[in-house]
Write a new protein. Structure first.
Length: 407
């Protein structure tokens, strides 16, 4: 073994020792309630395909048409010659869905967060994030070079304290450009399924003259009268400077988006490096996402959403009866916190033996000692699927940690 590999092998051994080793599993079917993993068919409760759209003809047919008309690849970045009609149609559809002035599609949600945060903030600014935000927000916060401050999950008193500190710090700085503070949170937290306190966050950011960016990755298409997301449900969408979402979860396709004012979007086209220096999303993905946005706004989309919530209620009732403490809010993400990494792996293996596929989520996706089974529900599940899940889970004992203090 070369020294290059020797060192990597040592690091891998350390990862294994901590119960944190990860490996890929080959899935031999589309995203379905019953998914073929390696050579077995397992009941899948780990997908983010909440509305069962990823393999639906409602998306597949427009994707195929998109390929036939515009090709398999986009050929270049958007600013060179890859800004194809399906991208423009998609951005119009996103803006119409969210009610924002304008929208910009990125190749992934990860790229949306990193590119936008880095475009907006400089080294003398402050970025304030909830302790439990997703990795792409943390990476954007680190990469942008601004002063990074973290507040305890959904803890408004702590946030107020952090903002007072930021105000003092900012007013003590002199220079041509006034230092700014950006608060970034998810609306529905990806690993806990609880909600950000968006109304209070808006109130606080206005009091402090800060800005707010909200990642609706697990809420777009699912919440609000017009399926715009949790900000719509809480009536605060108009007061959020930067709204972000993904196209690969409830919307069943792939990609990410930012929406907001026309000025924000024009600025990102000029300054978001993950947008500028990346090949445009493939036409099939853009066409599928546009179809998904139209679908979630339709009556059929509403029926699909009702079906999802019926399954969520069914599984939550079953788990609460088994003694699990769950956030009181309704989301398609249900955390079963186990704690120790090795125990979570054992639980996941035991579930696989019972025909249920729920991978263990471990550090660094969640904090050390907070390993969990992250159950996700889909409108594609039947009532019988959920009953099978609940009985497969019942021999497990709920972990010591309560997933979230507040909702
Ligand atoms: C999945 C996810 C993303 C990343 O989106 P991709 O399109 O998968 O890159 C961003 N934010 C949150 C909260 C997510 O859960």
């Amino acid at each position: 073994m070369s020294e290059f590999e020797q060192e990597l092998a040592e690091r891998l051994a350390l990862i294994r020792e901590q119960g944190l080793y990860r490996e890929l599993r080959r899935v031999n079917s589309p995203q379905l309630a019953h998914t073929q993993v390696d050579s077995r068919t397992l009941l899948n409760f780990s997908s983010n395909d909440y509305l069962g759209l990823a393999n639906d003809p409602v998306l597949k047919e427009p994707a195929i048409k998109g390929i036939e008309r515009y090709g398999a690849g986009s050929g270049a970045s958007r600013l060179v010659c890859g800004s194809l009609a399906p991208h423009h149609d998609l951005e119009q559809a996103i803006a119409a869905l969210t009610g924002a002035e304008a929208a910009l599609a990125f190749s992934s949600g990860y790229a949306s967060a990193v590119g936008t945060i880095c475009a907006r903030l400089r080294a003398h600014d402050v970025i304030v994030i909830d302790k439990r935000v997703y990795a792409c927000i943390v990476d954007g916060a680190r990469l942008c070079g601004a002063e990074l401050l973290v507040f305890a999950h959904n803890d408004l008193d702590h946030l107020a304290k952090v903002l007072r500190w930021a105000d003092r710090r900012n007013s003590g700085l002199s220079g041509k450009r006034r230092p700014r503070t950006l608060i970034v949170t998810e609306s529905v937290f990806s690993m806990d399924g609880d909600f950000a306190l968006l109304r209070d966050l808006v109130e606080l950011k206005e009091k402090h003259g800060a800005w707010l960016m909200v990642d609706e990755a697990h809420a777009t298409g699912l919440y609000g009268e017009k399926r715009r997301g949790l900000a719509e449900e809480f009536g605060v969408a108009g007061q959020i400077e930067v709204q972000m979402g993904t196209l690969g979860k409830a919307l069943g396709s792939a990609g990410g988006y930012i929406c907001g004012s026309r000025t924000l979007i024009d600025y990102l086209v000029n300054r978001a490096r993950s947008f500028i220096f990346s090949t445009a999303p493939v036409p099939a993905a853009a066409a599928a996402a546009t179809a998904a946005i139209q679908f979630v706004q339709s009556e059929e989309g509403q029926a699909r959403r009702n079906q999802l919530w019926a399954r969520v209620d069914q599984v939550k009732n079953g788990l609460i009866a088994a003694g699990l403490v769950l956030p009181p809010v309704r989301s398609a993400i249900i955390p079963w916190v186990i704690g120790e990494e090795a125990k979570a792996l054992e639980a996941a293996a035991a579930l696989r033996d019972r025909g249920v596929f729920v991978p263990a989520i471990r550090y660094p996706t969640v904090a050390r000692g907070q390993a969990r089974l992250r159950l996700t529900l889909s409108a594609a599940h039947s009532a019988a699927d959920v009953s099978q899940l609940v009985s497969a889970l019942s021999p497990l004992k709920p972990g010591p940690e309560v997933p979230s203090r507040r909702a």
